[in-house]
Structure formats: structure tokens, C-alpha cells
Design a protein around this ligand. Structure first.
Ligand SMILES: Cc1cc2nc3c(=O)[nH]c(=O)nc-3n(C[C@H](O)[C@H](O)[C@H](O)COP(=O)(O)OP(=O)(O)OC[C@H]3O[C@@H](n4cnc5c(N)ncnc54)[C@H](O)[C@@H]3O)c2cc1C
Length: 232
């Protein structure tokens, strides 16, 4: 979705897109804001900086510059989520009583929360059988510092035991797990975004509910609020 939206940037004069560039500091001068990356390179000056990183990560950038936004970064706590995946040589066997083309399951299970079949998503029909295994938040936080390989094994075993017998499982091609340390907001938020008169703004799913739609609405509404503003 973001790649599709970024396509239109190439047609805009003066628009530059830098990906894979961790920003470690903000600097301010009469000319505006500059971003400093991990290699010391500078970007800008810009009139407005929008940070969509989860608040605990935005904190380090905001803290030297804005007390009100810093306080929000501190109070908008995020919960962690382990996300596993597994790719199989063949399709999963049918589960008795379940539609063959099932796409997603939400579980009442101490470890597993959501299972989704990625090849059922639009545009991925030619991909092999691949499942995402999202862990429960309580379990994720209890196992937060475990190695990814161990977590992947645990999630896959829970999936197999819950859904199917090992004897009927297709051959595994690849599996793994990723720790999302700042995956979901702990509490709901009464505003969709936040900005300061000094040209700094915060947005992202953490200001709403923790899903893609929340992220989009937060950024879209911030964009609408900033249109026409000129901040230096
Ligand atoms: C495991 C998992 C599965 C999910 N599945 C679904 C789903 O099926 N459906 C759904 O609707 N939602 C799902 N979500 C939620 C969805 O991914 C989020 O709502 C969405 O990605 C939030 O977008 P965002 O732009 O607010 O934040 P993010 O996607 O977190 O983007 C913030 C970006 O900021 C970057 N960043 C952080 N610090 C810096 C820095 N210092 N410099 C530069 N960049 C930085 C990060 O690398 C990241 O790319 C899932 C989330 C997780 C964790």
C-alpha cells in the first residue's frame, strides 16, 4: 500500500523519498528543521516534521525540542507482539467442517492469537502456502527476550496441535519469527494526531487503535490539518 502511494511522489517536483534511513536526531535553525541520520548525513531544511514511528521510538527525536509532545510519547505505551511465519511446500490439508479457502482464524488459545494465510491475500495467488502466526500479547511479553528461533518453534507447534495432526502436514520450507516491541497501543487515545506550533507532529496507528486503517486515518487527518500551514 505504501509503495503504491509513494509512486505519485516521483511525479512531484522537489519530492525526495529516502527509505531504510534511521533518523537519530532533529536539528533546528532559522531556516527550518533538519533530520540527521545514523551516518551523520543531514536532510532538509523542512518547515514541518511528521513522525509516524511508535511514540516510544519518536521520544528520542522529540524530547530535546517539545515538552508537550514528549509527555505524550511517554504516556502512549505500546504492547509487544511476537509474529511467526511458516512457508510450506504444499497446501494445508482440509480441516473438517472448515471452508477449504479459509483466510484467517482468531483463536481462544494461551499462545496463538491470529493465524492468517498469506497466499489468500489479493495479488499473492502464485505464492506457496504461507501462514502468519500472531501470538497473544500476554504470551509475547512473557517471552519477549527469547530467541526468535525458539519462538517460531513454539508458535508452529501450537498451530499444528490446534489445527491438524503432524502426520498430515505438508513439508516445511522456511519458518521464523519477528519481535514487534511496539506493536499495539496499550490504551485508546482521544485524538488522532498531535502537532505543535514549532513544526513538529506525531501520527500513526498508536493514536487510534493499532490497525492499518487507524494508521491511514491518523496520517490523513494530520495532513488535512496541516494543509495551508506554514511553520518555521
Ligand atoms: C505482527 C503484526 C501484524 C499485523 N497485521 C495486521 C493486519 O493483518 N491488518 C491490519 O490492519 N493491521 C495489522 N497490523 C497493524 C499494522 O501493521 C499497523 O497498524 C501499521 O503498520 C501502523 O502503521 P504506522 O505507519 O502507524 O506505523 P509503522 O508501520 O510502525 O511505521 C513506523 C515506521 O517508522 C520507522 N521508524 C521508527 N523509528 C525511526 C527512526 N528513528 N528513523 C526512521 N524511521 C523510523 C519504523 O521502522 C517503521 O517503518 C499488524 C501489526 C503487527 C505488529
Amino acid at each position: 500500500m505504501t509503495r503504491h502511494m509513494a509512486d505519485s511522489l516521483t511525479a512531484m517536483p522537489n519530492a525526495e523519498l529516502h527509505t531504510g534511513t534511521p533518523i537519530v536526531a532533529l536539528e533546528h535553525s532559522p531556516a527550518g528543521w533538519r533530520l540527521v541520520d545514523a551516518d551523520g548525513a543531514h536532510y532538509g531544511p523542512y518547515g514541518q516534521i511528521v513522525i509516524s514511528a511508535p511514540p516510544p521510538q519518536a521520544h528520542a527525536l522529540i524530547q530535546p525540542w517539545d515538552d508537550a509532545l514528549t509527555a505524550v510519547c511517554v504516556t502512549r505505551e505500546q504492547r509487544a507482539c511476537w509474529a511467526g511465519w511458516a512457508i510450506f511446500e504444499g497446501p494445508l490439508p482440509l480441516i473438517p467442517g472448515v471452508t477449504p479457502g479459509w483466510q484467517m482464524a482468531r483463536l481462544d488459545h494461551p499462545m496463538l492469537n491470529i493465524v492468517s494465510r498469506n497466499q489468500t491475500k489479493p495479488g499473492r495467488e502464485t505464492q506457496p502456502e504461507s501462514v502468519s502466526l500472531l501470538a497473544q500479547l500476554d504470551w509475547s511479553e512473557a517471552q519477549l527476550e527469547q530467541p526468535a528461533e525458539w519462538v517460531a518453534e513454539q508458535l508452529l507447534t501450537a498451530f499444528k496441535r490446534t489445527f491438524l495432526t503432524a502426520a498430515t502436514f505438508p513439508k516445511l520450507i522456511e519458518m521464523g519469527a519477528h519481535r514487534w516491541r511496539y506493536a499495539q497501543p496499550t490504551t485508546p487515545c482521544e485524538y488522532d494526531y498531535l502537532y505543535s506550533a514549532n513544526g513538529l507532529a506525531l501520527c500513526g496507528d498508536s493514536f487510534r487503535g493499532g490497525r492499518v486503517e487507524d494508521a491511514w486515518l491518523s496520517g490523513h487527518r494530520l495532513g488535512e490539518a496541516l494543509i495551508g500551514r506554514s511553520v518555521r
